[in-house]
Every structure is written in structure tokens, then in C-alpha cells.
Design a protein around this ligand. Structure first.
Ligand code: HEM
Length: 495
């Protein structure tokens, strides 16, 4: 009864929860939580119950938002309330507490966010152009010499660019081993974040079960993850410190050396905290930024292979701006409206983070006649918004013209960049870097290569299919085949 009384106090008008399927006692809607391609499952629920669906899983309230109106009203419009993240016990057990994307909304998160933003805001991104160009040149050469392994080259292009912008190591082998380590963390995180994957998230008491007891295997698993987390955060930062101390900051500006040089003296009482902060913000850029950018770049290759007419238009535009003798620069962007539309259409067509990251509200809320209790876990279905025919005609087709005022479809009314990078105070702080590296990738591929689908046994081009893997916050595609042929006259540009 006590909880009923307090709930009445919290919800004096006795407003209902938003609509949703009836759950079973105790486990609630556990059966309705999609575990595979979650965005599709949530979309089905929205088709049945409307653009805001309430679920309850073992006592945890969940709200799925399926339209631009809902995410704009709640996550952007009421951002101060809706920018928290749910706290899950595996954060502590798995040693994830260094990672600011999952930190609760508060002063410690804010300090991380501010430090990160200083190095990746719109005006800071040009510092990394020299690294981006060097890595692009390496990538183009690899693609020419060994086009079959194109996906691997895409991985190392984005991985190495991010690692170098962060830590400034110029040594290829060093960056490769750091990427290998960070990849291991990324793989383990993917599985750990699905609701219901670890029972300990629903029953925090389980964290006191000793690891040797039957059924407590997760304890050991999480210990291993904690060890990986520790390595990923400390190893590169310590090496960067040594490099700075030896006067080897890397050939180009990078985040770690700037942060390390501005740390207070060893004798200063603020030193330890400042160093933790610097170490943490460095470690997040690869983990948060690599898979998302790689997924997006792979999706571009698929879209180009299936849409030769898009490719031809973009190449004609690039040829005029570049002439025969040079590679694209990021500053060419202002003169390439069609290519900009291709990049926007890519962001819409293949959303690398289809349900963004979950948000949580700090306070009870009333909205549109419904009660939303504090601590509700919120899934914004970005994929559904980007594929709603109300927002974008023929949403599954790749049509850049919709961003240039129409063509044979209606003009786009939503900018994908306001959606695919998330919302409110949590909006992706790497979005400017991401948008820039994807643009440069698109320009460089298109200027130098023809991308095509493989042929079937009769010599007809197949349709290239892109299928995201089943789990994880990022829709990383399964490998697929795609042909890259150097465009006539561009051979000499691959150094
Ligand atoms: C195409 C590429 C990318 C996409 C689609 C993407 C998307 C997202 C999304 C949806 C979120 C969650 C926002 C929210 O909670 O509402 C996010 C958060 C974040 N992203 Fe990105 N991202 C990309 C690239 C990057 C890059 C390159 C970096 C780093 C250099 C980065 C760093 C982060 C960080 C640190 C957060 C956590 C922010 C916080 O919780 O305060 N992202 N990103």
C-alpha cells in the first residue's frame, strides 16, 4: 500500500501510462523486447500502439519513441529532465565506469563532455585534416592494390584516423595493436547492453553471488571485461605521456598531447582527477566513433554499387571541381552540392545507431495526458523516423535529390543530421568529425573509383544487399562483396 500511496502522490491526476501491450505478471513485457534488429521490433510495436509505446520489464519502465514529434518534444524540448542514462550494475562489475556515454547526467559527466567537446567541436575538427589526408592517401593506395579486401581497408582507415587524432602515434604497428585491443572491448560491450542479457541488471542482488557458484559464470566474464577496459584506458594514455615527456608528440595535432601538456603539476592536488578525466575522454573516441563511421562508409559502398546513376552525377560534379590532377579536399565541400546530398541521404538511408543510445528521465513527468515515471528507459527509434514515408517518400530507395528540392520525390523536411546523432544534452559530440570523415571518404572514393556490384553467372550485375549484424548498439553490416575499379585517368593519383 505504501507504494500505491506514493505513486498517487507522484501522479496526482492518476494519468495512465502511454499505451502498450499487456505484460505477464513479474517478467512484464520481457517477451516483447526485441533482441535481434531491435529497431524493427520496436517499429512493429509502434504500428500497433502508436508513436509512443510503454513497456515494463521486470519492474523497469521502458518507453519507445517512434516519431520526430515525440523525440523533439521529450528528448530535445525537455532535455534537462531527459538526458540521464539508466544505471546498470554491469557498469561497475565490467569496469565501464570510465566511459562518459553511460555516465549519469551530472557534474562528472559534464566535465568529460566539456573536455571532449573542446577537441572535437566544429572549429576543432580542422586540426585533424592532415591526419585525415594522410590516412586517405594510404587507403586509396590499398584499395587500388587489393580491392577485394576493401572492407578491411575501410576498417583501418577510420580506426587509424581516430587513433591518431586521439593519441598522435604515427607508428602503424602501434595503432594496429591499439585498435585490436579496443575492438575486443567493443565486441564484448555489444552483447552486454541488450536488456535481459545479463540477469544481474534486473536483479542487482546477484552481484553478491560468488563467482564459483553455479550459474554465476557472468562474474568471471565481467571480470575479464573489466581487465580489458582497464587496458584500453591506461595503455595508450601512459604511452602518450611517455612520448610527450620525450618530446615526441606526434607529427600532427592530437587530443592526448594537448590534454597531457595542460595537466596540472604532479604536486597539485587536482592532478589525479584531471588525469583521470583526460585518460577517460581519450579512450572513448575510438570506442564510440569507429564502428559507427565504418558502418556508414560500408553502407555508402553498397548504395553506390546499386545506384550507378547517383555515382555518375557525383563524379561529374567532382570532375569539374577537381580537374584531372588532384585529390579532393574537405574545403571543396562548399562547391559540391550533389555530393553533400549524397552524404545526407546516406545518413538517412543507413542509420549506424538505429535506436541511438537509451535516455532516462530524472523526474516524474506528465506529457500529452500520460504519466512517465522517473527512471523510465527511453528508446528513440531513429531508424523508424528516417524510414517513415510520411517524412521521406520511397524511404528504402537511395535518392539524394530529395535534399536538393525534390526530383521525382517530395523534398525532405527533416535533416538526418538532427536525428542520427541522437538528442538533447547527449547529442553525439563526435558528429562534426564523423560528418567530415564520411564526406572525405565519399569524395575520395567517387573521384577515383567506379563502385559496382558483382555479376551473376550470366554476367548481369547482382543487387548488393547490406545486412546489419543482430546485436549491439551499432548496426555493423556483415561483410559483402563489392567491386572497385580505378577510373580512367586517375591511376597516377594513388601515391
Ligand atoms: C556516423 C558516425 C556516428 C554516429 C551515427 C553517432 C551516433 C551517436 C549517437 C546516436 C549517440 C547517442 C546520443 C544520445 O544519447 O542521444 C552518440 C553518442 C556519442 N558519440 Fe557518436 N556517432 C558517430 C560518430 C562518433 C565519433 C566519430 C565520435 C568520437 C570522435 C563519437 C563520440 C560519441 C560520444 C563520446 C557519445 C556519448 C555522448 C554522451 O553521452 O554525452 N561519435 N553518437
Amino acid at each position: 500500500t505504501k507504494s500505491i500511496v506514493s505513486r498517487r502522490k507522484r501522479n496526482p491526476r492518476r494519468l495512465p501510462y502511454p499505451p502498450g501491450p499487456k505484460g505477464r505478471s513479474f517478467v512484464g513485457n520481457l517477451a516483447q523486447i526485441p533482441r535481434v534488429h531491435a529497431w524493427l521490433g520496436y517499429h512493429e510495436l509502434c504500428k500497433e500502439y502508436g508513436d509512443m509505446v510503454h513497456l515494463n520489464v521486470i519492474g523497469r519502465e521502458i518507453l519507445v519513441l517512434g516519431s520526430m514529434k515525440r523525440v523533439t518534444d521529450l528528448l530535445n524540448g525537455r532535455a534537462v529532465n531527459y538526458s540521464d542514462r539508466p544505471v546498470v550494475p554491469i557498469t561497475e562489475l565490467g569496469g565501464f565506469d570510465w566511459s562518459f556515454p553511460i555516465m549519469p547526467y551530472g557534474p562528472w559527466w559534464r566535465q568529460h563532455r566539456r573536455a571532449f567537446h573542446q577537441h572535437f567541436n566544429q572549429n576543432a575538427v580542422p586540426k585533424y585534416y592532415p591526419i585525415m589526408y594522410e590516412e586517405r592517401d594510404i587507403f586509396l593506395r590499398k584499395l587500388k592494390d587489393d580491392p577485394r579486401d576493401w572492407a578491411e581497408h575501410v576498417h583501418s582507415l577510420f580506426g587509424t584516423t581516430l587513433m591518431r587524432a586521439t593519441y598522435g602515434f604515427d607508428d602503424i604497428g602501434k595503432n594496429a595493436s591499439l585498435i585490436h585491443l579496443a575492438e575486443a572491448v567493443v565486441r564484448r560491450v555489444g552483447g552486454a547492453t541488450i536488456p535481459g542479457r545479463y540477469l544481474v541488471n534486473a536483479f542487482p542482488i546477484l552481484k553478491y553471488v560468488p563467482g564459483w557458484m553455479p550459474g554465476a559464470k557472468f562474474q568471471q566474464e565481467l571480470k575479464d571485461i573489466a581487465q580489458l577496459n582497464h587496458e584500453v584506458v591506461y595503455t595508450p594514455f601512459e604511452d602518450a605521456k611517455t612520448n610527450v615527456a620525450n618530446g615526441q608528440k606526434g607529427r600532427h595535432p592530437n587530443m592526448a598531447s594537448t590534454l597531457i601538456e595542460s595537466l596540472p603539476d604532479q604536486s597539485n592536488s587536482d592532478r589525479a582527477q584531471a588525469e583521470t578525466l583526460a585518460r577517460n575522454v581519450c579512450a572513448i573516441s575510438y570506442i564510440a566513433g569507429s564502428e559507427t563511421s565504418i558502418a556508414s562508409a560500408m553502407a555508402l559502398c553498397c548504395a553506390l554499387a546499386n545506384n550507378p546513376e547517383v555515382q555518375k552525377k557525383a563524379q561529374a560534379e567532382l570532375d569539374i571541381v577537381l580537374g584531372p590532377k588532384r585529390l579532393p579536399l574537405i574545403t571543396d565541400r562548399v562547391e559540391l552540392p550533389y555530393l553533400n546530398a549524397v552524404v545526407k541521404e546516406l545518413a538517412r538511408w543507413y542509420t549506424p545507431a538505429p535506436v541511438a543510445l537509451v535516455h532516462m528521465n530524472k523526474e516524474d513527468d506528465e506529457y500529452d495526458g500520460y504519466f512517465i515515471p522517473k527512471g523510465t528507459t527511453i528508446f528513440p527509434n531513429v531508424w523508424a523516423i528516417m524510414h517513415d514515408p510520411e517524412n521521406f517518400e520511397r524511404p528504402f530507395d537511395f535518392i539524394p535529390e530529395r535534399f536538393l528540392g525534390g526530383g521525382d520525390v517530395g523534398p525532405a523536411t527533416i535533416d538526418p543530421n538532427d536525428t542520427i546523432f541522437g538528442f538533447g544534452r547527449r547529442v553525439c559530440p563526435g558528429k562534426h568529425l564523423a560528418d567530415t570523415v564520411i564526406f572525405l571518404f565519399a569524395a575520395s572514393i567517387l573521384a577515383n573509383f567506379d563502385v559496382s556490384a558483382p555479376n551473376d553467372t550470366d554476367g548481369n550485375p547482382l543487387k548488393v544487399e547490406i545486412t546489419p549484424k543482430e546485436t549491439g548498439a551499432v548496426a555493423m553490416p556483415y561483410p559483402f562483396e563489392c567491386n572497385f575499379t580505378v577510373r580512367p585517368g586517375r591511376e597516377a593519383l594513388h601515391k
